[in-house]
Every structure is written in structure tokens, then in C-alpha cells.
Design a binder for this molecule. Structure first.
Ligand SMILES: Nc1ncnc2c1ncn2[C@@H]1O[C@H](COP(=O)(O)OP(=O)(O)OP(=O)(O)O)[C@@H](O)[C@H]1O
Ligand SMILES: [Mg+2]
Length: 377
């Protein structure tokens, strides 16, 4: 009969394609139980949005079949790893990862990307928050179709909630006061800090921060207030957008904030009939930025009327038409990002020496197996 050791040994041959580590050392195998030749265990992925989810599952099934087990009860769960030094940070202890979406130039689609990525991550089962750090021109409430101002309960602002995403924005408060946003730098910094500290975010796997364009007060405040997992740079294919994206990356590098990668928005239009891709704004701007700075290229988002309509009428395409090509593209990019975040988190864990290297996963044995485990073979 198969033993726990045999199971662990064979599972050690399964390597997470992105983290390049075996799944046993990563602590991804839990609760092994063996009963009458039936094997059960849990595979705990590093994110519900794992891009290699089904590959890892298949490798696990093949490995277990290779040691002669015919009856496998495999449970798959996910627990997102912390991709930032939370212990140093008293502000948001329940938030595992903070991802800020930035660009050099305005109007390249940061908010559209932030909103659709947040919704795509939430659809995988992750706990997601969205902080609109664009104090002068907040557009997140409009894009999410949210109107009701958040309430204050026990001195904490309760975030608004839409399709699984918790959300805060200055837009809610302008909506109430009918005022336009004309604020000086220190006030902008104060509001961004308040959105980080005075909002009841609770437990989140990912907090997405939609930054205003350029290199102004909001990104500086963010970088100086709280450890972030990394920055997602949005650019369009044109040289002019790309050149200013380069400036933004330079600023974050100086501030020592990691860059998760670059997304190219409005990359191409796809002919609805022949599916040919037309590169109306030129080609390869995002790739060039990625190569120049040696940062990951996270994907291309097409230019499409449904994306624009979804954003501008409060029904983002990921929700209004989840099976569309556009929604699938956002989901794919969200998974790539989740994978990169897992890599950053794994690096932090190994630097801290807290990796479960070689340590035993939780193993539950029934009576019979306890006996055979203590007398292997
Ligand atoms: N892929 C896309 N296809 C079609 N329209 C898009 C796409 N991405 C963004 N848009 C549209 O472009 C306009 C600008 O987008 P968005 O507001 O997201 O940009 P931004 O970078 O957040 O702007 P700002 O710098 O002002 O904050 C919006 O009308 C939006 O609907
Ligand atoms: Mg915006």
C-alpha cells in the first residue's frame, strides 16, 4: 500500500512553473489522508487566479497515478501569499498585496484597467479592494455604477461594494457636495493617507490603487506611506505614451518601489469578421518599455467600443459581458499579474527565511495509516 512518504516524494517532482519550486517545499500540500488505498489531500495554490492552476493539478494527478494510486480525492484551495513586508507596516495588516496602477500620460486607460482587473480578480474568488487615488478626477464610482456615499461606522469609513470589490473614491464625496476637486498637494496626500488608514478594508488579498496620471503627490504619498507589492504601468502603443511611461518607471525606481510589469492598453482593434488585428496606434510600445527596463510584459488589451461603453456607463465589460473576448483578455492579464505577485511574495518569504522549506505539510492520518507510516513498507 502507498505511504505518506511515497506521496510526498513523488509530489516533490511537481514544480510550480512560475515559482520554480516544488509544491511540497512550498507548503502547497495539506491534509494527506490514506484509507483503504484511497488517497486524499489538499492542493493549496498561491492564488485563486493562478495562471497554471490546471497544469499543476494535472501534474499532481499524473504523479499520483504513477505510484499506482487509482483513487485520488483531490481538493483544490488557494491562499494568497503576502507580497509586502506587512510586519513593518501597522497601517493595513489585513491587506496581503497592494498593487498601484500608474502611467506617465493621462487617458491611457489606468482606471478602466484598474476596475476591470479588480473585478476579474474578484471573480476568481480573491478578496479585492479598489482605492481611487485620483483625488482631482475620480472616475471609479462612475465606472462601477456606484452612487451611494460610503457610511462612517465606529469612526471608520465603510467602503462601497460592487460585484465583490470593496471600493473608496473621492467621487462619492463630490457626488454628495457637488463640488469639483481643487486641492493642493498636502491635502491630496492627506486624503490618500486617509483612504489607506481610515477605511475599513478588512482582509484583502489584493488592494488595487488607481493612481492619477504622472508623477505627482498621490504616487509619492503612497510610496512613502506604506509598503506596496508593486506598480503596474499602463501605456498605449504610441511613442509619446511610452516615453512618459519611462519617466514614471524612473520615479518608482528612485523610490525603490518594485514594478510588477507593464500593460499595453488600446493595443489593437480586432476585425469582428476575420479577427485580423489592426494596430491603429502603432505596435509594440509596451514590449519596448518591458525590454528597456527588464520588467515583465503583462499583456495587451484591445481597443474596443464595449470596453469604453462599459467604463463610461457603469457596467465594466468583465461584468456586462464576461464571455466576451475583451473580458477574457482582462481575466488573462489578471492571472498573469496574480502569478507575478506570487513570485514577489515567494521571494520575500525566502529572504525572510520563513519559507516552509522541507517542513512537513499538515498531514492527517487515519488509524490504519498511522501504523503503516510508523512501519514504512
Ligand atoms: N481598451 C479600451 N478600449 C476602448 N476605450 C477605452 C479603452 N481603455 C480606456 N478606454 C476609454 O478611454 C478613456 C480614458 O480611459 P481611463 O479613464 O480609464 O484612462 P485613465 O488613464 O484612467 O485617465 P486619467 O489619466 O484621466 O485618469 C475612457 O473613456 C475609457 O472608456
Ligand atoms: Mg483615471
Amino acid at each position: 500500500m502507498v505511504t505518506v512518504d511515497q506521496i510526498l516524494t513523488i509530489l516533490k517532482t511537481v514544480v510550480d512553473p512560475e515559482l520554480h519550486k516544488d509544491i511540497v517545499s512550498m507548503g502547497m500540500i495539506k491534509d494527506i489522508a490514506i484509507h483503504d488505498g484511497r488517497v486524499a489531500f489538499t492542493l493549496e495554490l498561491t492564488t485563486p487566479a493562478c495562471p497554471f492552476n490546471s497544469d499543476i493539478e494535472q501534474d499532481v494527478r499524473n504523479a499520483i497515478a504513477n505510484i499506482g494510486v487509482k483513487d485520488l480525492d483531490l481538493k483544490i484551495t488557494a491562499r494568497v501569499m503576502e507580497g509586502r513586508a506587512v510586519s513593518m507596516d501597522e497601517l493595513l495588516p489585513g491587506v496581503k498585496n497592494i498593487l498601484a496602477v500608474a502611467s506617465g500620460k493621462g487617458g491611457v486607460g489606468k482606471t478602466t484597467v484598474s476596475v476591470n482587473l479588480s473585478l476579474a480578480l474578484a471573480r476568481t474568488g480573491a478578496k479585492v479592494g479598489l482605492l481611487d487615488a485620483d483625488i482631482y478626477g475620480p472616475s471609479v464610482p462612475l465606472m462601477l455604477g456606484l452612487k451611494k456615499a460610503p457610511e462612517v461606522i465606529n469612526n471608520k469609513i465603510e467602503p462601497a461594494f460592487s460585484e465583490g470589490v470593496k471600493c473608496i473614491s473621492m467621487g462619492f464625496f463630490y457626488e454628495q457636495s457637488q463640488q469639483a476637486g481643487i486641492y493642493r498637494g498636502p491635502i491630496v496626500s492627506g486624503i490618500v493617507k486617509q483612504f489607506l488608514t481610515d477605511v475599513n478594508w478588512g482582509q484583502l488579498d489584493y488592494l488595487i490603487i488607481d493612481l492619477p496620471p504622472g508623477t505627482g503627490d498621490a504616487p509619492l504619498t503612497l510610496a512613502q506611506t506604506i509598503p506596496v507589492t508593486g506598480i503596474i504601468i499602463v501605456t498605449t502603443p504610441q511613442d509619446v505614451a511610452m516615453n512618459v511611461a519611462v519617466k514614471a518607471i524612473g520615479m518608482f525606481n528612485k523610490l525603490n518601489v518594485p514594478i510588477v510589469g507593464v500593460i499595453e492598453n488600446m493595443s489593437y482593434m480586432q476585425c469582428p469578421h476575420c479577427h485580423e488585428q489592426m494596430h491603429v496606434f502603432g505596435k509594440g510600445g509596451g514590449q519596448k518599455v518591458s525590454e528597456q527596463f527588464n520588467i515583465p510584459f503583462l499583456g495587451e488589451i484591445p481597443l474596443h467600443a464595449h470596453i469604453m461603453e462599459g467604463s463610461d456607463f457603469g457596467k465594466p465589460v468583465v461584468i456586462s459581458d464576461p464571455e466576451s473576448m475583451q473580458a477574457h483578455t482582462f481575466s488573462k492579464v489578471a492571472k498573469v499579474i496574480a502569478g507575478k505577485v506570487s513570485i514577489i511574495a515567494a521571494e520575500i518569504r525566502s529572504q525572510e527565511g520563513s519559507e516552509t522549506k522541507g517542513s512537513d505539510p499538515d498531514i492527517k492520518l487515519d488509524q490504519k495509516q498511522t501504523q503503516s507510516a510508523s512501519h514504512p513498507g
